[in-house]
Design a binder for this molecule. Structure first.
Ligand code: ATP
Length: 303
C-alpha cells in the first residue's frame, strides 16, 4: 500500500454555543460547550486513516493534557504518531469557536506549538517523508517549514499535495513549482491570485497556478462541488445533493479522501468523485473528526 505523510497542525478545539455573538464589552452566558480534536493537518490525517490509508504525521504538541489527548486520538484512528514532537514550555495549539444559535460564528486560533515546529524536527523525521509516496501539507504551520518539506519531497521524488489554507501574507507562490496537486477553496484561490472567483473565470484563475509550475489544481466550491484544471482538461464536478447539517471539515474530508485515493492508484477524476462522496457524507453529520466516514460507509452509501 502507498504511504502518505501529513506534515501539519493539531489543535484542541473548544466550541462555545451562545444565543448571539457578544458585542464589544458584552458578557454573555453560553448554553453549552463542546471539546473536539482538530487542526487541518490532524483532520486530514484522520480522514485518510479512517478510509484505511497508511498515514504518518509530523507535527508538534505541548507537554500538556491537550497535547497527549490529541496524540492518543490520532493513534486510535490508526495514524502513526512517531513524528509528533512534544515541546516543553509551550501550549498545544487551540481553536476557540463561538457559535451563535443562528449559526453565525467567530473563531480565534492560538497556534501554540504548531508554530514551534523546526527544521530539526523535520530532519529527525526525514525518513517518514522520503519513504512516503505522497506528502500532504496545509498552511497552519510556519511557511518556512512548508517550503523546507516541499524541497525535501522534490529531491526524494515524493508527490506533494498542498491545501493552501489559510493563505497568509508570507505565502510565496514560488513553491508551486514543486507542488503536484493544489487544493484551495474559492476564497483561498481568490487570495492567491488577487481576483474574485466566479464560474466564468475559475478555469482561467486556476490555470494561472499551473502557469507557476503546479501540476494540477482542484478548487473546492462547497455545495457547488469542485473544479479541476490540469494540463489536459478543465472539468466541473458537482457536489452530491444532501441535507447538510454541519459543513465543518468538509474540506478536510475531501482532501484526505482525494489523497488516499490517488495514493491507492486512482485516476484524478476517480479520486475527485470518491472525495466528493466522502465530503458529502461528512456534511450530513455533526462534528469534525467524528463526522469523517470509513471506507465501508463511502462504498455502501446510497445517494
Ligand atoms: P471547511 O473549511 O468547512 O472544511 P472548505 O471551504 O475547505 O470547507 P468546501 O469547498 O466548503 O471546503 O467543501 C469541500 C467539498 O465538500 C466540496 O468540494 C463538496 O464536494 C463537499 N461539500 C461541501 N459542502 C457541501 C454541501 N452542502 N453538500 C454537499 N457537499 C458539500
Amino acid at each position: 500500500m502507498s504511504k502518505i505523510v501529513v506534515v501539519g497542525s493539531l489543535n484542541f478545539d473548544t466550541s462555545i454555543h451562545v444565543p448571539h455573538l457578544p458585542a464589544k464589552g458584552e458578557t454573555i452566558i453560553a448554553s453549552h460547550l463542546s471539546l473536539h480534536h482538530g487542526g487541518k493537518g490532524a483532520n486530514q490525517a484522520v480522514a485518510i486513516a479512517r478510509l484505511g490509508g497508511q498515514v504518518s504525521f509530523i507535527g508538534a504538541v505541548g507537554n500538556d493534557e491537550n497535547g497527549h489527548q490529541l496524540i492518543n486520538g490520532l493513534k486510535k484512528a490508526g495514524v502513526d504518531t512517531t513524528g509528533i514532537a512534544i515541546k516543553d514550555n509551550a501550549h498545544t495549539g487551540m481553536a476557540f469557536v463561538c457559535v451563535a444559535h443562528s449559526g453565525e460564528n467567530n473563531i480565534i486560533v492560538y497556534p501554540g506549538t504548531n508554530y514551534r515546529i523546526t527544521k530539526e524536527d523535520i530532519d529527525r523525521n526525514r525518513p517518514l517523508i522520503t519513504d512516503a509516496d505522497y506528502c500532504l501539507l496545509q498552511l497552519e504551520i510556519p511557511f518556512e517549514i512548508v517550503r523546507y518539506v516541499i524541497g525535501i519531497c522534490h529531491e526524494a521524488k515524493v508527490k506533494v499535495v498542498l491545501n493552501p489554507a489559510p493563505v497568509s501574507a508570507d505565502f510565496d507562490d514560488r513553491i508551486l513549482a514543486h507542488v503536484d496537486y493544489i487544493l484551495p477553496n474559492e476564497t483561498e484561490l481568490a487570495m492567491m491570485v488577487g481576483e474574485s472567483v466566479t464560474m466564468e473565470n475559475i478555469g482561467k484563475l486556476a490555470s494561472s497556478l499551473l502557469a507557476k509550475g503546479c501540476g494540477h489544481a482542484i478548487v473546492t466550491l462547497g455545495e457547488n462541488g469542485s473544479f479541476l484544471v490540469d494540463p489536459v482538461r478543465q472539468e466541473h464536478f458537482p457536489a452530491v445533493k444532501v441535507k447538510a447539517v454541519d459543513t465543518t471539515a468538509a474540506g478536510d474530508s475531501f482532501i484526505g479522501a482525494f489523497t488516499y485515493r490517488l495514493a491507492s492508484g486512482d485516476r484524478i477524476d476517480e479520486a475527485i468523485r470518491f472525495a466528493t462522496k466522502a465530503a458529502a457524507i461528512t456534511v450530513t453529520r455533526h462534528g469534525a473528526q467524528d463526522a469523517l466516514p470509513s471506507l465501508e460507509e463511502v462504498k455502501n452509501w446510497l445517494v
